[in-house]
Write a protein that binds this ligand. Structure first.
Ligand code: NAI
Length: 326
């Protein structure tokens, strides 16, 4: 079997360090799928990326068939089958949203263009670098020859956080919980929805107090990233890498029967989310494609929260449109 080429941007960063070893060990695609890794970094970080590559060598992973390290997006995405776009420009103190979007446009626009020109026909893109949903939209717009559905953004970490919080509350195992959903943006406006989540055949929202759902669960999931920074002095890295592994693994290999997961994918207009917006939905993966779970009833409480988060995504889209980034 020819190796699958996986390109990781921001490879020398902390998520990169937690991610590359798991890809090389077979956890991204499967224990029988050989991979080559392409590490894209900015020039000053190439040396650090080389250090990580030395450690990858030292693991003697049977599935790892090659590593390349480069600061050229054209080279990094040449023939790529999977692209994990992790490197991004963080928001620094006093930075306005427009400045942040523009700085990231300068990264995700050229990377989208390089993917368009050089990636393999089956390329799948997961954007992790924040603001992830809108960065994915920017990359997608720069890659008109790649099917739009191949550009996705990560809300799987939020999904996993929601599973873990609910499992702790109900004193059950995360495997007892099915059909968790994160709606909207990977930001503090995201909406973790327990109204369709099942635990032992019952709806989760009916197993917890209303006040816990509103005042503890939703804010705790949405603000978990900030709590990790506060505790660790650095942002989530291993858990973010783990979620990226989960997202791509399920995209390629399918989601289990009778369950679904959450991913930010281009909207087809389902649930009133404007077409084209890259928003988180309840999704299943079949035959290597994400599909939005249809037919869920959305009550007023959920509607308000989905609309608020999607409204933020629409504002971000309009802002990058005004900056001619899409
Ligand atoms: P980090 O700062 O440790 O690493 C980022 C790396 O990206 C650095 O090595 C930097 O040199 C590199 N980089 C910057 N511009 C680049 C470019 N144009 N091309 C290639 N590489 C470039 O950051 P960390 O902790 O690894 O986080 C990465 C991103 O992931 C951040 O934007 C963070 O906000 C986001 N994130 C997203 C999560 C999600 O759930 N969607 C969860 C956690 C983090």
């Amino acid at each position: 079997m020819a190796p699958v080429k996986v390109t990781v941007t921001g490879a020398a960063g902390q998520i990169g360090y937690a991610l590359l070893f798991r890809i090389a060990s077979g956890q991204l695609l499967g224990a029988d799928v050989p991979v080559t890794l392409s590490l894209l970094e900015i020039t000053p970080a190439l040396k650090a990326a080389e250090g990580t590559a030395m450690e990858l060598d030292d693991c003697a992973f049977p599935l790892l068939k090659g590593i390349e390290i480069t600061d050229s997006a054209d080279k990094a995405f040449d023939g790529a089958n999977v692209a994990l776009l992790v490197g991004a420009r963080p928001r620094t103190a006093g930075m306005e949203r427009g400045d942040l979007l523009e700085a990231n446009g300068g990264i995700f626009g050229p990377q989208g263009k390089a993917i368009n020109s050089h990636a393999a026909d089956d390329i799948r893109v997961l954007v992790v670098g924040n603001p992830a949903n809108t960065n994915a939209l920017i990359a997608q717009a720069a890659a008109p020859d790649v099917p739009a559905e191949r550009f996705t953004a990560m809300t799987r970490l939020d999904h996993n956080r929601a599973l873990s919080q609910l499992a702790a509350k109900l004193k059950v195992s995360v495997t007892d919980i099915k059909k968790m959903t994160i709606w909207g943006n990977h930001s503090a406006t995201q909406y973790p929805d327990l109204f369709h989540t099942e635990v032992g055949g019952k709806i989760a929202a009916e197993l917890v107090e209303d006040a816990w759902l509103r005042e503890t669960f939703i804010p705790k999931v949405a603000k978990r990233g900030a709590a990790i920074i506060e505790a660790r002095g650095a942002s989530s890295a291993a858990s973010a890498a783990n979620a990226a592994i989960d997202h791509v693994h399920d995209w390629v290999n399918g989601t289990p029967e009778g369950d679904w997961t959450s991913a930010a994918i281009p909207s087809d207009g389902s649930y009133g989310v404007p077409e084209g917006i890259i928003s988180s939905f309840p999704v299943v993966s079949r035959d290597g494609r994400w599909e939005i779970v249809q037919g869920l009833s959305i009550d007023e409480f959920s509607r308000e929260r989905i609309d608020a988060s999607v409204g933020e995504l629409v504002e971000e889209r309009d802002a990058v449109r005004a900056l001619n980034l899409i």
